[in-house]
Write a protein that binds this ligand. Structure first.
Ligand SMILES: Cc1cc2nc3c(=O)[nH]c(=O)nc-3n(C[C@H](O)[C@H](O)[C@H](O)COP(=O)(O)OP(=O)(O)OC[C@H]3O[C@@H](n4cnc5c(N)ncnc54)[C@H](O)[C@@H]3O)c2cc1C
Length: 548
């Protein structure tokens, strides 16, 4: 089995294949999780607003998966109280009532009033009835809402708060799904920087993007999990398709204490008159705002443009007029392209977020089928992987052996769940390694229970903080490079850590990390200089991070 694309959905099917004992290879033309998987708004959610478009199945599945993730990945996924300020009581309500009675809902409401939000939240809560992890929603009066957030827009007449999740390290979690798969099954192997380049007959040519070498494989079936690039990859595989209509979305990570304070540990959710949802949430101590929704033909060109910055800042200004955001406070930007199914809709916001597996039987030129994973959000990756696997099992006439619903992922295994267990876990590891409890706490946040291996590695040498970063040590960076298949410096800065996006990277830190990377990889001076240039270019071009 060949899986093309090591984003979260490719990783999910790869894990299913490994758990079922298939010989499987997972390849990505870039680093693991370098595509849209690294570009979400960092919400683990089912998309409350999709209820309005009748996507009940998608939303109930998302809520179920969100609740499972809170249990299976407690190291990276956390409850996120989400507050919606509203400006009217009845806007949109009559449309919902008409729809319920099978009548035309009429024109789509420009704003959602309290009653419409109430109906949506009641449904959203009900989807959790069988595996609830968080409290139900509640409403807050205008007076209470302003007491907590005096800066809210004056036309706010109240707020509604419900619970979703947020993810600290989506890229690391994707990598953990992959690593778990490899640990489970010795015939399952994942390779970053290897692309599916072309095919002939029953043979697919893979290209090692680092050495330039070609490798030929003869898969019994191919899973195309190339996200927004699915049609491009299908072309290479000899199965031309037109499955995807991608829309790009951008985000800003800010250094703005006023906004962080106004968020007060919650996500604020705001819908523009044209029906776009804009969110602002705290992410690893910084306010994150997003996103936009714009058609793109070539996903490789997606960047956060000037007008997207204006738009997002403008939305926050509407929500919280007193909070001033200056462009100089932008620490980084990031964009992704939603791999949405090609199906007409009035606006990009109304394009379906649901997913399905498209099976393309072998045309004359090739004799392997291609299973393309079309659509999908981050949150339901486990369910999507399982559904795709069911199709593969049916194709190969094999039974399902197990279900992934209750399998913890990576550093979520044996994670201490109560405050008391957490303290004990930290004390134990601190006693065993001699590292301070504070340091173990940081490692637990970064690696979950995988912190044990990191701590043991760190104490086998001198665990000294980097000269230019207070909470990473040289040993920890060495651990990541040696054990987490860091092939380029940007893998380390953007996907194994959040150093770059959080605005923690200076030229000096870049050089310090480069020295460790170059030393371990035995790079010549020229190679190290080329690596530095590549990193600086990527950070500038894709994330608006400027380093000398
Ligand atoms: C702005 C935005 C905000 C979002 N916010 C959220 C959110 O908050 N919560 C949520 O649940 N979802 C969110 N999503 C959706 C979610 O991020 C995506 O649906 C999900 O990440 C898609 O993952 P994927 O694995 O299908 O695709 P990708 O992560 O894009 O993976 C595809 C991979 O295929 C590789 N590839 C392409 N061509 C080839 C080839 N020829 N050979 C080898 N490899 C190849 C690429 O390099 C890439 O790594 C958001 C999306 C966007 C754009």
């Amino acid at each position: 089995m060949l899986v093309v694309g090591a984003g979260i959905n490719g990783a999910s099917v790869f894990r299913e294949l490994a758990l079922h004992g298939f010989d499987a290879v997972l390849v990505d033309r870039g680093d693991f999780a370098c595509g849209t998987t690294a570009g979400p708004s960092r919400m683990i959610h089912a998309g409350l607003r999709y209820l309005e478009f009748g996507e009940k199945t998608l939303v109930s599945e998302g809520v179920h998966e969100r609740n499972l993730l809170l249990v299976n990945c407690p190291h990276y996924i956390f409850p996120l109280p989400t507050t919606i300020p509203f400006q009217s009581r009845f806007d949109g309500f009559w449309g919902v009532i008409r729809k319920t009675f099978g009548l035309s809902p009429g024109k789509r409401a420009k704003r959602r009033g309290a009653w419409m939000i109430k109906i949506g939240l009641r449904m959203y809560d009900r989807f959790s009835d069988h595996n609830r992890q968080m409290p139900e929603h509640h409403f807050t009066s205008r007076a209470e809402a302003f007491k907590r957030r005096p800066g809210l827009h004056g036309d706010t007449i109240g707020t509604a708060t419900y619970y979703d999740g947020w993810i600290s390290y989506p890229e690391r979690l994707c990598m953990e799904v992959i690593t778990d798969a490899e640990t489970t099954c010795e015939t399952a192997r994942a390779l970053n920087y290897v692309s599916a380049k072309s095919s002939q007959g029953n043979t697919v040519t893979l290209r090692d993007e680092i050495s330039g070498q070609d490798i030929q494989v003869r898969p019994k079936a191919v899973v195309n999990a190339a996200g927004a690039w699915i049609d491009f990859a299908n072309e290479n595989l000899g199965h031309p398709s037109k499955l995807i209509a991608g829309t790009k979305g951008a985000h800003l990570v800010l250094d703005n204490d006023e906004l962080l304070k106004a968020l007060d540990g919650e996500m604020l959710f705001y819908e523009t008159p044209e029906g776009r949802a804009v969110v602002a949430l705290p992410w690893l101590g910084k306010p994150l705002i997003g996103s936009t929704d714009i058609h793109v033909n070539d996903p490789d060109t997606a960047r956060c443009d000037e007008d997207e910055i204006d738009y997002m800042i403008g939305c926050v200004a509407h929500l919280l007029p007193d909070v001033k955001i200056d462009r100089s406070q932008i620490l980084s930007t990031f964009s992704g392209v939603r791999p949405l199914m090609a199906k007409p809709a009035e606006t990009t916001g109304q394009m379906s977020r649901s997913h399905f597996t498209n099976i393309s039987e072998p045309p004359e030129a090739a004799n392997f089928p291609v299973f393309s994973l079309v659509g999908g959000k981050w949150t339901p990756f486990r369910a999507f992987g399982e559904q795709a696997m069911d199709k593969l099992l049916a194709h190969f006439n094999k039974p399902r052996k197990l279900c992934t619903e209750s399998i913890p992922i990576g550093g979520g295994k044996d994670f201490p769940r109560t405050d008391l267990d957490r303290t004990k876990w930290i004390e134990n590891l601190s006693g065993a390694t001699g590292l301070e409890a504070d340091r173990i706490e940081v490692l637990l946040g970064r690696y979950g229970t995988g912190a044990r291996q990191v701590a043991e590695f760190c104490t086998a040498g001198e665990d000294k903080p980097l000269a230019n970063h207070a909470t990473y040590t040289a040993r920890e960076i060495e651990f990541i490079i040696r054990n987490e298949r860091v092939l380029h410096l940007d893998d380390l800065l953007l996907r194994r850590t959040a150093i770059a996006l959080l605005g923690e990277l200076s030229g000096e830190l870049l050089d310090e990390l480069l020295a460790i990377f170059a030393g371990l990889g035995e790079l010549s001076d020229d190679q190290a200089a080329a690596e530095r240039k590549r990193t600086v270019d990527i950070l500038h071009d894709r994330h608006r991070i400027d380093l000398s």
